[in-house]
Design a protein around this ligand. Sequence first.
Ligand SMILES: O=C(O)CCC(=O)C(=O)O
Ligand SMILES: [Fe+2]
Length: 355
Amino acid sequence: MPSTILPPVRHHVPPTRTKENLDYADLAVIDLSKAHTPEGRALLAIELCDAIAAQGFFYAINHGYTQAQNDRMFDIANVPFSLADEEKRLYTGNVKESGTYQGFKPRQLWHIDGGVHDQVEHYNINRDVTKRQHPKAMRPFLPEIEAFAQFNHYSVVHTILRLLALGLGLPEDSLVDQHNFSTAGESSVRFMNYYPRTGDEETKTNNVWLKGHTDIGSITVLWSQPIAGLQILSPDGKWRWIKHIDNALVINAGDALELLSGGAYKATIHRVVQPPPDQCACPRLGVFYFAMPDDGVRLVPHARSSVGGGECVGAPTMEAWRKGRTAAYGLVPLRRRADGVEEETVEGVVVRHYN
Ligand SMILES: O=C(O)CCC(=O)C(=O)O
Ligand SMILES: [Fe+2]
C-alpha cells in the first residue's frame, strides 16, 4: 500500500483578501457536482453556455478537491520560486526556439510597454511529468503534481468540455476525444509568481502587469487566490476585477476552443494589473491548468455542430498554433492600431493584445 505520509513542504500563508471596494465582474457560479447525471449535465450545459455568452469567465465550485488539497498545491507551487538563481537557470526553458514554456519562464522575458519587461516568473510542468527533468527540490512532489494534472484534466476540463459539446448540439464526447491525457500535447500545470514592481515600471505600463490577451489553448483553470489583479474585458468595454472565492476555480475559454466551436465560445480577453494598495507589496502566487487539444488536432469547427463548419482551409494544428503563439508572445514587435490595440499574425490568424 502506498505511504500516506506526504513529503514536507513549507506552508505558504495566503495574504488576506483586499478590503478595497473594487468593480467586480458578476460571474456565474457553476456547481460541478450537478454534472454526475445526464439530466444534470443537460441543465448545466444551458447554464454554462449562458455564462460563457454573457462574460466568458465563470466560477466552478464543488469540483471535488478539498480546501486542504488546494492549500497543499499552493505550498508546492511556491517551491520553485524559492530556488537559487543558478538552479533556476539550469531549468529555464528556451521559449522562443522551442515554442513551449516547459520549465522556468524567467522574469523580464516579455516586453509589456514603454520598454518595460514583465516581472512574472513561472514554472511549467507538462501533464506527463516525466517529459523533462525537474529541480531536485521539486522531485518529491511530482506524484502529487501528476495527480493534480489528472484531476484538472479529467474531473474539471473533461466535465466542462462535455457540457460545451452538448451546448453545440454535438455528441457529448466530441471535444473530450480531442483532449486525451496521454496523447502528445501541451496541457500543463503552471505555477506562477508575480513580483512587485518599481514605481517607474508601474507608470510606464499604466499599472499593467500582463497585457490584455486571450489564452492559447481551449480551457484555462485558474485556482482562485486572494490577491486581486486579474481583470476581464466586459461586454460593455470596461475592465472588471475577478473576485476571489475560497476553493473555487475561475475558468475561461481560449483561442483553440473559439476555433473548434466556430466562434460560439469566444476566447475572453483578460489582463493582470497592479493589485490594490493593501495587497500590492506581496508576491502574487498562482496555480493553473492550461488545457489544450492534442497536438495533432486541426483547429476547425466541428462539422456537425449547430454552428456548422468543417471547412477551414489552412487552419493550423494545435501544435503549430501553440508553438507559433508561444514563440511570438511578448517577443516580437506588434502592429499598433489607431485605437491602441496591438496585433500580430500567427499561422495566418490575427492575434490581438489590449492595454
Ligand atoms: O495571473 C492571473 O490571474 C492570470 C494569468 C493569465 O492570464 C495567463 O497566464 O494567461
Ligand atoms: Fe491568460
